[in-house]
Design a protein around this ligand. Sequence first.
Ligand SMILES: [Cu+2]
Length: 376
Amino acid sequence: MKLDAAFLAFGVIRSALAGAVIPRGEPTPAKVEPIEPKYFRDLGSKRVKITYGPYDIPGSEDAATDGMVSFHDTNAMMPCHDCLITGFVSDLQFLDGKSANANKNMWLHHTGLMNLNRTDLACEHWPERIGVNGNERSPFDFTLKGTRKAGYYLRKGDEIFQTVDVMNLSHQQQQVILVIEWEFIEGTPAGFDIVVPVWLDIKGNCLNETTGIKPTDQVFTAKGGAGWTSKYSGDLILMVPHIHDGNTKQEVYLDGQLVCTNVPRYAETSDFITHVDEDGHGHDHGASEHIYHVSSITQCANAAKVVPGSRFTISSWYDLVQHVAMPDHHGKPEPIMAIEFLYLARPQEEAIKDILAMKPGDLQAFQDQVRSNTGQ
Ligand SMILES: [Cu+2]
């Protein structure tokens, strides 16, 4: 098929089958459609829908993948360059545009973005982790519905690593696309702050600390260790969490004081309910034939002023008795996650000066670490 050939040529790989580093070039082709912007139209904002994929996901009984495939693109199509990304929201869909979700035995396991031409604020030798998302499909809006002038600065030549992990719980092969709506403003408009992302995680800044949580633990609180300490001043304008099924609450502290509480909601629509039947995953999920999954989680806006030395820590509560854990592709409970993305708005001039001084991050080191984190 034509698109698949283009993918191979431009370096989309199935990491389940290969782990090689792909040479970079032009962004991987993707369909880009303009749509109506939502905020700062008076400043010439634009909004586009970019369709990534299609991705073929084998059925859950496929021996090579068990129906779980991770697609990596080292140069994903971006909506613009030399611009401010003011927000984005992702959805996993079937080719007809209908949502691909748990009720259809499809699961957006993870999707993540990294800027390869910069280094990460939390783990300084890695590329910059811009954001990660799961099946909850959280929106990222740096303008806080048009009330805050802030955006993520994308330079000319920045290459964005995109990971798309999809799990197919049905026995049939299914084809899906990832659709991201991006909103942006060209250039670096006056009065806008620059958003810098920080990945706060109970597993530590470089994901190499153990939480002490055992796979058999059912009701527990996971606490991060040393946390992350800022070198910069700025406004913590947005906090976006990522957790797994079973989570009941997550909290973030600044110098020991609570600054954010996130609460997940389960099965707000029927899309987020798995029906365990003959075509579904044949595992014993406990008492219920319906499994209720996380469908959204609350965020925090305008949470705190940050100064050099401000230290952030994280705690996350799980109750796997109350909420069934999502099975991995072997039918075992997924390791838990507890991440909070902190988006710090920094004054434009000093933030861009720091960005221009950054070197590319080490993607291989990040991937090796993630691969080695098989447990909690
Ligand atoms: Cu996750």
